[in-house]
Design a protein around this ligand. Structure first.
Ligand code: CMP
Length: 143
């Protein structure tokens, strides 16, 4: 089953949006198969955002993501990588449609509430960076 990495960033955790974001993915029909509230080390932050290393905002990005806990998740389901991107909305909340997570709750591009893998390759890379194999479960829906 397709899997993706979704993270509620420090602003989303601080603003009490973890439940709202989890609920949106649950209601859509996706399955939560891994989750942890964690402080991000600088090494992990720099590895996660390696593609932005040369951007002027890289330092700010790493400072922010390591500033207070994030809620890291693994979601599974058909087409979850692309659909999760639609559910999050555009990177800049000012341009994100209402009804998306960033459109409904975000204001600035630096504090845009949530991160999600942008392709199958990113999902594979990010999941292996953030989660050990034994931290990701799988289960049939029986109830
Ligand atoms: P994210 O999906 O986590 O991936 C890279 C992040 O860089 C992005 O969300 C934004 O939060 C952040 N970002 C992109 N552009 C800028 C910018 N101009 N200034 C600060 N942060 C940015």
């Amino acid at each position: 089953m397709e899997k993706t990495f979704i993270m509620v960033k420090p602003d989303g955790v601080q603003r009490g949006l973890v439940g709202e974001i989890v609920a949106r993915f649950e209601k859509k029909g996706y399955q939560l198969v891994g989750a942890k509230l964690m402080h991000v080390s600088r090494d992990l932050a720099e590895a996660h955002y390696a593609e932005h290393k040369e951007r002027p905002f890289f330092g700010e990005l790493v400072d922010f993501i390591t500033s207070s806990p994030v809620f890291a998740m693994v979601w599974a389901g058909e087409g979850v990588i692309g659909t999760a991107r639609h559910m999050m909305g555009k990177t800049n909340p000012k341009e994100a449609d209402l009804g998306t997570i960033r459109g409904d709750f975000g204001v600035s591009v630096g504090m845009n509430i949530v991160h999600g893998s942008d392709s199958a390759e990113s999902a594979e890379r990010e999941l292996s960076l953030w989660f050990k194999e034994e931290e990701v479960t799988s289960y049939a829906k029986t109830l």
